[in-house]
Design a protein around this ligand. Structure first.
Ligand SMILES: Cc1cc2nc3c(=O)[nH]c(=O)nc-3n(C[C@H](O)[C@H](O)[C@H](O)COP(=O)(O)OP(=O)(O)OC[C@H]3O[C@@H](n4cnc5c(N)ncnc54)[C@H](O)[C@@H]3O)c2cc1C
Length: 403
């Protein structure tokens, strides 16, 4: 897995940040990038050791390509993410789809070749989606000027968020409790902020948010009745998904005029696509790969060993595409339902659903207490997608800077 250095502090270390961001996925990092553009200091806290959240890339034979185990696709109408990709100097390419698709109805029935399956237009970031995270971190570093300090802290779980009346932050603000684990030892630290941006999925942050809702009533703020339930009801897009990918010595399917696209009613993979990468130099050779979505429900997967699942995925993939097992260089498997920072028990129990959250009832009160939500699931458009993470962040920062 691609990981970042444990802590990056950029700029003047003595400057107290007034803004905290909880979560360093696309939304958290993009929010930090927007704040850095406005010369506003911010501390970003990420629970995991790696940054990027659901955007995850695994190393391949090529030094310039990480294979996506999270999101891969950007759709033509998603203009905000496309603008960011271009702004950061990255390029898009079309999902490879030249040739016929394959259809597997049953393990005992021969695989059928289907012509004329036109997949929807989908773009991928050259180098893999994780290039976006790497580029955002570099851009944040570049944007530091003067007193502005952006502190990206991984292995830093925000476990509590409490309203405070503290002069240090100019009156009403927030006290965050941050937990770190080092050599098996947990340590807690407290930091105060004027404004807090939650850049993590609604269900994941619901326990932290619920811990201060009652207290805001006692402080005389407007009530937030129903907010916690709304957060808990909102599914996290793709939280219950698992992905399998395999790198091969050659793209033998392409030579046979196959697109790499396959659909299966037999499983465990239900949908397979080409995940190849073109060589850019001798040191960065081409990568020949396929990836697929696992169709077994999360609950069923939890009852199987990882070995059982990857063996079945690999056997199915090479059978469908008629590839010899010896052609497989390495495979990767990622079960997002097992990630405590992505999926809750509710996500594991449900089929994947598009999130649709409406906070309008509480929006004025949330703004009044300097709390903002930037994760993709909070977006009014393309919620759950990377586009949603960009739109939700833009809205959160626009509201924050007007206060
Ligand atoms: C398998 C899969 C395939 C996908 N395919 C696509 C696709 O093709 N196209 C597309 O547009 N989207 C796709 N998505 C969705 C896409 O990944 C998300 O829209 C996007 O990454 C969301 O970013 P985010 O920053 O809003 O949230 P997240 O990536 O979930 O980031 C939230 C971060 O907050 C951290 N966090 C949570 N709680 C705390 C806490 N208390 N303290 C500190 N840190 C905390 C988490 O660890 C995480 O890093 C896919 C997702 C998956 C899993």
């Amino acid at each position: 897995m691609h990981t970042q250095a444990s802590k990056k502090t950029i700029g003047n270390k003595n400057k107290q940040a007034n803004v905290a961001i909880i979560g360093a996925g696309l939304a958290g990092l993009y929010s930090a990038y927007l704040l850095a553009q406005r010369n506003i200091s911010v501390d970003v806290y990420e629970a995991k050791t790696s940054l990027g959240g659901r955007i995850m890339g695994v190393e391949t034979q090529a030094s310039d390509y990480l294979l996506d185990m999270g999101p891969s696709w950007i759709f033509p109408h998603q203009s905000q993410i496309q603008t960011l990709v271009a702004e950061l100097g990255l390029t898009l390419k079309n999902q490879f789809a030249e040739g016929d698709a394959l259809f597997q109805q049953h393990p005992s029935v021969p695989v059928r070749q289907i012509s004329g399956v036109a997949p929807p237009d989908m773009y991928q970031i050259v180098g893999g989606t994780y290039s976006l995270i790497d580029a955002l971190i570099k851009a944040i570093q570049k944007q530091q000027v003067g007193d502005c300090q952006i502190n990206l802290a991984n292995n830093s779980k925000v476990v509590n968020c409490k309203a405070t009346d503290n002069e240090k932050v100019g009156g009403a603000g927030w006290e965050l409790t941050i937990e770190k684990t080092s050599s098996g030892q947990k340590t807690k630290a407290i930091s105060e902020y004027k404004q807090v941006i939650f850049a993590a999925p609604p269900r994941i942050i619901a326990p932290i948010v619920s811990s201060f809702l009652d207290k805001t009533k006692a402080d005389g703020h407007s009530t937030f009745d129903g907010l916690e339930q709304t957060l808990r009801k909102t599914p996290t897009w793709m939280a219950a998904q698992a992905k399998f990918a395999c790198e091969f010595v050659s793209a033998s399917w392409r030579k046979r005029k196959l697109s790499g696209q396959a659909f299966s009613q037999a499983g465990p993979l239900v949908e397979i696509h080409d995940a190849g990468h073109d060589a850019s130099s001798d040191e960065a050779p081409s990568v020949h790969a396929l990836f697929g979505f696992v169709g077994l429900p999360a609950k069923q997967r939890l009852g199987l060993s990882e070995q059982q699942i990857v063996d079945a995925c690999q056997a199915q993939m090479i059978k469908i595409f008629d590839i010899d097992k010896s052609e497989c260089i390495q495979f990767h498997y990622q079960d997002w339902a097992k990630d405590e920072w992505v999926a809750t028990a509710a996500d594991q129990a449900e089929a994947s659903q598009h999130p649709n959250i409406d906070l309008s009832k509480w929006q004025d009160q949330l703004d009044a207490i300097n709390l903002y939500f930037a994760c993709s699931e909070f977006s009014p458009i393309d919620a759950g997608y990377m586009e949603g993470a960009i739109v939700a962040s833009q809205r959160a920062i626009a509201a924050l800077v007007t206060r």
